[in-house]
Design a protein around this ligand. Structure first.
Ligand SMILES: *Cc1c(COP(=O)(O)O)cnc(C)c1O
Length: 386
């Protein structure tokens, strides 16, 4: 059989054009072609993020956690207070990063995995805080927060707002400027559809002012005031150097963002909604239950699914034998009770890949002793995919 499909919540399958760009010989960080691609990518990030022209996009070698940490250390001084909305594993990580910065953390936690704290609880926890942090889609639970409502809540109370979009950006609806969100961050290997290796974020003018007002400077490699002139120079088509950029990945980023911009970001969001509905129809037909307790906050980028009775993590190896790599549980308290299937990026343009995944899961469930009708599940998904 051909290479199994990579259907985990990142790294994900990427387009042929992105693969080609990432496979070219390395370029110098001063090569005119690299400078042009870097400039184009920064401009396209504002389009994909729907950010204002005054916002600052950052492209830095690293992964999602580096983007999170940069937000944790550039907005608040030690001793200031932040509210963290925790809807899973990555919210806990964000809170820990802030604590290490010396920030006092107030958590608004999910009542149970698969649920969300109410806006009233968030408002209570946010009292007296200078910033609000939330995970747009927590990859450990498959829960999507209402980023628009949270950004509004923060704005009304004079807090900065930061959204971890690592498993959401360029797939789940987000409009940074219209919603008044201050930082939206991601990593290249997730929904945005590139190989791993880039930390990406866009900071609003308010967020940049907060950095300028800090008393305690962040570590140099994370400091927005160190990185900002570099981004500005590249965008102005000038040579610049602080620390070597990931030139190969920036060439791939340029191609990936151009694909998103030419499709239209609203169409990209709708494509992910459609794919998610199709996958959920298939899961339901296979007798699988989602971890999120309400479809209103179930992510479009992945499905977190409880193992049915009598089925355990040995299912994952069987699914792979049938042609798809999926992920196990991530939330420590539930790790052995559920698994996760990513459906973001280019596979949402390819009904065949989605159906192959449904059939792989269904066949593996059957072999694990869970009776189900694989073709009925594929047909339920197909009907929605058209
Ligand atoms: C994957 C992920 C991260 C961490 O990203 P890395 O690239 O693994 O450091 C952070 N937040 C969310 C929501 C994620 O899905």
């Amino acid at each position: 059989m051909s290479r199994p499909l990579l259907m985990i919540p990142g790294p994900i399958e990427v387009s042929a054009a992105v693969v080609a760009a990432a496979a070219a010989p390395p370029l110098s960080h001063l090569d005119p072609a690299l400078i042009e691609a870097y400039a184009g990518a920064l401009g396209d990030m504002r389009r994909v993020w729907q950010s204002s022209s005054e916002s600052q996009p950052f492209v830095v070698a690293g992964a999602g956690s580096l983007a999170m940490e940069s937000a944790a250390v550039n907005l608040l001084d030690p001793g200031q207070r932040a509210c963290v909305v925790v809807t899973g594993y990555f919210g806990d990580r964000m809170a820990e990063m802030l604590r290490r910065r010396g920030v006092e953390v107030r958590e608004a936690r999910m009542p149970a995995p698969g649920e969300l704290p109410s806006l009233e609880e968030v408002a209570r926890a946010a009292e007296g805080c200078q910033a609000l942090f939330a995970t747009h889609v927590d990859t450990s639970t498959g829960v999507r927060t209402d980023a628009e409502a949270l950004a509004k809540l923060a704005r009304e109370r004079g807090l900065l707002s930061v959204f971890d979009g690592v498993c959401a950006t360029a797939a789940e609806r987000f409009a940074q400027e219209a919603w008044g969100a201050d930082v939206y961050l991601t990593a290249s290997q997730k929904a945005i559809g590139l190989p791993a290796g880039l930390a990406l974020w866009v900071a609003s003018p308010r967020a940049l002012e907060a950095r300028a007002a800090l008393k305690v400077a962040p570590p140099m490699c994370l400091d927005w005031e160190v990185w900002r002139p570099i981004q500005q120079a590249y965008e102005a088509a000038q040579k610049s150097y602080f620390s070597t950029p990931a030139t190969t990945l920036i060439m791939a980023l340029r191609v990936g963002l151009q694909e998103l911009v030419s499709e239209g970001i609203e169409e990209v969001f709708q494509r992910h909604e459609r794919a998610a509905r199709a996958m959920r129809a298939a899961w339901s037909s296979l007798g699988l239950e989602l971890l999120p307790s309400d479809e209103a906050w179930t992510a479009n980028t992945l499905s977190a699914l409880r193992y049915p009775k009598g089925v355990d993590a040995s299912l994952l190896g069987r699914i792979k034998e049938h042609g798809a790599v999926v992920a196990g549980g991530l939330l420590p308290e539930l790790k052995t009770q559920y698994f996760r299937v990513g459906h973001m990026g280019v596979v949402t343009k390819r009904p065949d890949d989605l159906l192959r995944t449904v059939r792989a899961v269904g066949a593996a469930l059957g072999e694990s002793g869970h009776a189900c009708d694989v073709e009925a599940a594929a047909a339920a998904a197909q009907e929605i995919l058209g």
